[in-house]
Ligand binder design. Sequence first.
Ligand SMILES: C[S@@+](CC[C@H](N)C(=O)[O-])C[C@H]1O[C@@H](n2cnc3c(N)ncnc32)[C@H](O)[C@@H]1O
Length: 590
Amino acid sequence: APGSKTFQLLEILHRSTKVGSLPDGMVIANDLDIQRCNLLIHQTKRMCTANLIVTNHEAQHFPGGCLFDSKHNKMEPNRQDQLLFDRVLCDVPCSGDGTLRKAPDLWRKWFCEGVEGPLNLWMSLVSFPNLFVGQVLRDGSELDVQVCDKGKWLVSCKDVPKSHRSVVLPSMFPNGGNYRDVVGSTGDDIITDDVNGNSEDDVQAVENPVIHAFIEEVADFPLERCMRLVPHDQNTGAFFISVLQKVSPLPEIQVKLRKEVDKNVDIANQGNEDAQELEINSLETIPEEISGANINANEPNAADLKVSSVTCAEVDFKEAQDPCIVENITKNTLMGKRKLQIQGKWRGIDPVVFFKDEVIINGIKEFYGIDEQFPFNGHLVTRNSDTSHVKRIYYISKSVKNVLELNFSVGQELKITSVGLKIFERQTSCEGRSAPCAFRITSEGLPLILPHVSKQILNASAIDFKHLLQYRTVKFGDFVDADFGEKATNLMPGCCVVVLGEGNRAATGPAQVDESTIAIGCWKGRASLTVMVGALECHELLERLLMRLDTAAEKDSSMHEDKPFDNKGDKAQQSNGKNEYVEVTGVEGE
Ligand SMILES: C[S@@+](CC[C@H](N)C(=O)[O-])C[C@H]1O[C@@H](n2cnc3c(N)ncnc32)[C@H](O)[C@@H]1O
C-alpha cells in the first residue's frame, strides 16, 4: 500500500483481455491525500493501464456527475449520464487499535473519541448515493463503548480497580477525563471495589447487560458478510471487512440529489465553456502570457508559483550520468519566463484536455503505420492546453473516455490527478536533426500499441537483442546479423521498435505479438541504434531474455559466453560514447 488493492483490481479487469486491446471496465482510485494519490500513481504505473483514473476528493463528497435536464426541469435518470459504480472497495481510515501491538507506546495516546472520526466517515460513506444504500449499518455511536479488562466488562472508569489504573486509562472510555476528576480532587477516595462488588484482586468475567442486548440485536444482521481478523490471530494490524450490497436507492437520496442539481446546473454551464476553451484546436492560438508552465500538482496554488527552469547544463549532466534515463528530466524552453498554464477547474492540478490535433495524430499514425482498427479518435488526452508544447500524450480506454466526457459536460467536477496510459512522448535527436515524427512510443504504451504497428519495427536475433540491452548503443555495422544491421540503417530516423525474434536469427516478416513478446523502444540515429529505456529496465529485460534462452529447447550455448562475439561486443561498447537522442525540451505539467 498504497496502490496494491488498485493494482489487483486492475489485474482482475485486464485478466481476460487480449494483447493490444483493452477491457471494458475501469477503476477510479480516490484518496483525499494528494501524496497518497501520487504514490498510488507511481505504484500502478507498471500495470500499463489505460483504464484508470486517479482522483483527489473527499469520498463522502465524491462528485456524482449527475446531469440535469433544465428544459424539462427534471433530473435525467439515464444511467449513462451519472457516474455510478458497479462495485466500490472502501479502504477506510481505522481506529488504529490493531497497531497497538507493534507500537505499544501508542496505547497511552489512544483515546476513545479518536475512533469516532473514522466511524463518522464510514457512516457518511455508506449513505453516499453513488456507492451504497444508506442505513445498512447500525449507527455505532449509539453503542456505549465498553472496556474489557481481564475478561471483565467495565462501563465507566469508576469501575477500574486501583491496581489497573496505570493500564486502563480514563481516556479509553467515551467520557474520557482523568482519575482525579472522576474520583475526587485528591484521588485518595479512589474506589477499591468495583461496581459489581468484587474486590480489585478478584476480577472475574461478568455478563454485561449492554453487550448482551447488543448481541441479541445483531443476531439478525447478515454478519456472515463481515469478517473480523483480529490482530493476534494473524499477527497483523487487524482488519474488519464487510461486503455490502445495494438493493435499492434511498428515497432521501433523491432529495439530496435534487439539492445538488441546482448547484450542478451552474457549474455545468460554467464548465461547458471551460471545456470548449480547453479542447485543443490547432487553428486556435492561446495567448502567450497564459501558455507554458510546469505546474506542480501538489501545490494548491501552483498557478501562482514561479516556474523553476532546469538549465541545459543540468540536463546534460544528468544525461551524462545515465544517458538512458531521460524521461524524468523536465526542461523548460521558456528559460526563466514566468508563464502560467491554463488551468482546468482545479487550481494546482493540470487540466485534462482531449488531444485532437489531426496533424500530429496523423503524423504519428503514418510514421508507425498504425492500423485503422486501433481507435485514436477521442482516446487521446494531454495535461497541457498549450497545443504547441504538448509533450506527453495519454491513451484512455472507452470507459475512461465516457467518464471524461461526462465530467466535461457537468463542469469538470472530477479532480483528476492522473488518467490513462502515457503512450507517446515528444523526443528529438541531439544530433540536431529532427526526426520525421516528433513523438516516440513510450515503454508503458508499447504493449498496447505494438500489435498495431507495422512500420519502424524490426525483429532482432537473440544475440543482437542481448547486445542492445548490454551496450545500449550499437552501431549498425556491429550487429551480428548483418541483415538486421542493414534493415536498421534503412529505418527512418527517430523512434523504432525492436522485437526479440526466435533463436539466433531475426524472424522475417511482420512481428508476431503475444503476451510473451519481448520488445524494446529504440532510437535510430545516424549510425547506430540506441535503446530508449533506463538501465534498470534494460537489466530486467536482459534477465528475462537469459531465462527464456535457458529454457528454450534449442538453447544456443554461445549466448552464455560472449567470446565469439567479443569483437562485436567491444565495438558496441565503444560506440556508447553518447546517445543519439535527447528528450525534447518541453513545458507540459504533470
Ligand atoms: C487505511 S488508509 C488506505 C489507503 C490506501 N487504500 C492504501 O491501500 O494504502 C485510508 C486512506 O483514506 C484516506 N482518507 C481519509 N479520509 C478520507 C476521505 N474523507 N475521503 C477519501 N479518502 C480519505 C487517507 O488519506 C488514507 O490514505
